[in-house]
Design a protein around this ligand. Structure first.
Ligand code: WQD
Length: 351
């Protein structure tokens, strides 16, 4: 069965966003609505990707053109304790989704992957052709396996159009302060933990190791604003539609008005989504202190198992091929994260 063309104009594109109520998914929906202009509408379905009947009815009710697939469990530590749940939910869920979408002639999928597939990277900054290494946890394994599964779908049927987006460290929040990161329980990740210290929910930050071979001894990561990340997904849809990056910020709007012959790509595109800049734990602490206007207390603790010293991206490929580039710096990421956290100390539970 052939695949859907994406050469139609933007307001007619129907995108299924799985995990659309999550941190990155919700921000991506906002960017899709903005690019779709006033014709764009959002329909919410509370459904599980493992529920074949629910997926069947969603595809039956909507003329879906492409999928942006975020839905999945994502806590590294939890995945070590619950491997069966992670493999079942993330892998089997994606298989059901792809089976149903294929049955409806939809073979355009943007997949939420992760820099974790590089494991301990062979070189820094990390390019897309840096060898993948075994992830140190089942969560990371599911990302790596799903990259392979989606690639094999294309190898077996060249009608598939797959984009694998490898995120580095997404942080921040929409500038409105109305949506943001809302982890369950005690945050595993640095910035939501710092934000909860800043708002007084936690007493101090544990800095896991200050003896790494880095300028200030703490771990270095490539933090990227979640809105920049969301715009990378919109650019990926444009890329799928066959539009070569122009170096300008692009999005669904660039499909509209370019009623080009069906240039919808076929194949597998792999892109790092980061800023290309590394920041240390203490860089983040200091940027957040600027944003919130007071000190963030911290204590140095031993290194966390599984952590690597330095990890940041080379993002030239996303810029040259998709015309996408991160715009926001660490200060803006912390300002927006603080606005969300201070407006919503208990996350969505306080709404
Ligand atoms: C960042 C730095 C810690 C918490 C993880 C996942 C990865 C991806 C992004 C999904 C490290 C230090 C942290 C704390 C600290 N997720 N830190 N105190 O580990 O780079 O990546 O999230 O795709 O798959 O592995 O992010 O925010 O946990 O840690 O000192 O309380 O902050 O040691 O140097 P990480 P992180």
């Amino acid at each position: 069965m052939s695949n859907k063309s994406l050469a139609t104009s933007a307001e007619k594109l129907c995108i299924l966003v799985t995990g659309g109520a999550g941190f990155i998914g919700s921000h991506t929906c906002v960017e899709l609505l903005a690019k779709g202009e006033d014709e764009a509408r959002l329909k919410f379905y509370c459904a599980n990707i493992l529920d074949r009947a629910a997926l069947e009815s969603i595809f039956a009710e909507n003329d879906i053109d492409a999928i942006i697939h975020f839905a999945g469990f994502k806590a590294v530590g939890e995945s070590v304790a619950k491997p069966l749940e992670y493999y079942w939910n993330n892998i089997a869920g994606t298989l059901v989704l792809c089976d149903v979408s294929r049955a409806h002639g939809v073979k355009n999928i943007v997949f939420s992957s992760s820099a974790t597939v590089y494991g301990e990277p062979e070189f820094i900054p990390i390019t897309e052709d840096c060898p993948k290494h075994d992830a140190t946890n089942p969560y990371g394994q599911t990302k790596s396996m799903l990259e392979q599964i989606l690639t094999d779908l294309y190898v077996g049927d060249n009608e598939w159009n797959v984009v694998l987006l490898r995120y580095f460290n997404p942080i921040g929040a929409h500038e409105s302060g109305m949506i943001g990161e809302d982890p369950k329980g005690i945050p595993n990740n640095l910035v939501p933990y710092v934000a909860q210290v800043a708002v007084g929910k936690l007493p101090y930050l544990n800095v896991y190791g200050d003896d790494y071979p880095t300028p200030d001894g703490t771990g270095i990561r490539d933090y990227i604003h979640v809105v920049d990340l969301a715009r990378g997904h919109v650019a990926a849809l444009d890329w799928m539609a066959g539009h070569v990056g122009t170096g300008e910020p692009i999005g669904l709007g660039s499909i509209k008005g370019e009623a080009s012959p069906d240039e919808t790509r076929r194949g597998v595109g792999i892109f790092n989504l980061g800023t290309g800049k590394g920041s240390s734990v203490l860089d983040v602490v200091h940027a957040f202190e600027k944003a919130c206007g007071h000190e963030i207390p911290y204590e140095i603790k031993p290194r966390r198992a599984g952590d690597i010293a330095v990890n940041y991206a080379a993002c030239d490929k996303a810029h040259s091929e998709m015309g996408w580039k991160a715009e926001y710096d660490l200060d803006r990421m912390c300002e927006d994260s603080w606005r969300w956290q201070s407006n919503n100390p208990d996350g969505y539970r306080s709404a």
